[in-house]
Design a protein around this ligand. Structure first.
Ligand SMILES: C[S@@+](CC[C@H](N)C(=O)[O-])C[C@H]1O[C@@H](n2cnc3c(N)ncnc32)[C@H](O)[C@@H]1O
Length: 280
């Protein structure tokens, strides 16, 4: 079978069909092959984090924000959660957060059909989830893959509020910072030649996106996380392929907080201070 090297031993063929990764007769098209490759690639980064938490705590909870069709959640459950020893598995859980009700429903149905009791899907915005009692007070791993615009920032806020040990982000485009850069461009242009970096509208957008991720990293560092930024290779058809992984290490916070403040002031982004808050 052409797809045999891509489907892993023990992996549910029925689940892959239900996710439309495999066709009804078990074949795979170009698009779904790519999707599966991406998710596997991400799995390589996430699996060791899950393993570490499960070994240390005896259970693991993961919240996936902007879950969409929950490819990631289902593959993680199928390849990792499902095979946990019973005493670890029974207290482990994946939560998918998604605003589109029909996607929440279809994921709930699929989890029931697949026999995955440790999966829940909540019809909430990421912002609403921050205070939702439907989620545990503390969680182990937070993921957000291409969660639109500021949903990634809300996912960071959620992760900080629920004391996540690990945060895995593949940000989508974020328009907010670019719009503030645009607003103050005229005022700053006269004073600093470096404002040339974002003078042209296309550059304002690209630079805004870049600065957003820089601010996100500094914000996480300012809350004691160790942050690494890499490229999600194998994600070549996607424009947005930056992978930010943060691990809570209780590191010193002051330098990152000062730097963040400095970047905001230098770029005329002071009004974004609330979004990229650094105080606990
Ligand atoms: C580009 S899709 C990504 C889906 C999935 N994470 C993936 O990578 O396949 C973004 C999803 O986030 C959802 N979404 C956007 N903003 C959201 C928000 N503020 N809260 C919850 N879900 C949101 C959208 O409805 C959509 O399903």
């Amino acid at each position: 079978m052409s797809n045999s090297y891509e489907v892993r031993p023990g992996q549910s063929i029925e689940l892959l069909k239900a996710l439309h990764i495999l066709t009804r007769d078990g074949k795979m098209n170009q698009d779904s092959r790519r999707k599966l490759k991406q998710v596997y690639h991400l799995f390589q980064f996430i699996e060791p984090l899950l393993r570490e938490v499960a070994d240390a705590r005896g259970a693991v909870s993961l919240v996936d924000h902007g879950a969409g069709k929950s490819y990631l959640g289902f593959i993680l459950y199928d390849l990792f959660f499902k095979d946990l020893p019973e005493e670890q598995g029974q207290n482990s859980h994946i939560y998918g957060i998604e605003t589109r009700e029909e996607l929440v429903k279809s994921s709930q149905e699929l989890a029931a059909r697949a026999g995955f009791p440790g999966m829940s899907f909540l019809n909430l915005s990421v912002a609403e989830s921050i205070t939702s009692p439907a989620l545990p007070a503390t969680v182990d791993v937070v993921t957000a893959l291409h969660a639109c615009n500021t949903a990634t920032d809300d996912a960071i806020r959620f992760a900080l509020a629920r004391q996540a040990r690990h945060i895995v982000l593949v940000p989508c485009c974020q328009a907010e910072v670019a719009s503030v850069l645009r607003k103050h461009k005229g005022k700053l242009l006269a004073g600093n030649p470096l404002t040339e970096i974002w003078r042209h509208p296309l550059h304002t957008r690209e630079f805004g996106s870049q600065v957003t991720n820089v601010l996100r990293c500094l914000q996480l560092e300012a809350h004691g996380y160790q942050v690494s930024v890499t490229e999600l290779v194998g994600w070549e058809h996607s424009m947005k392929n930056e992978l930010i992984i943060a691990q809570y290490k209780d590191l010193p916070r002051k330098r990152a907080a000062d730097r963040l403040q400095n970047v905001l002031e230098t770029l005329g982004l002071e009004e974004m201070g609330e979004r990229f808050f650094t105080a606990p």
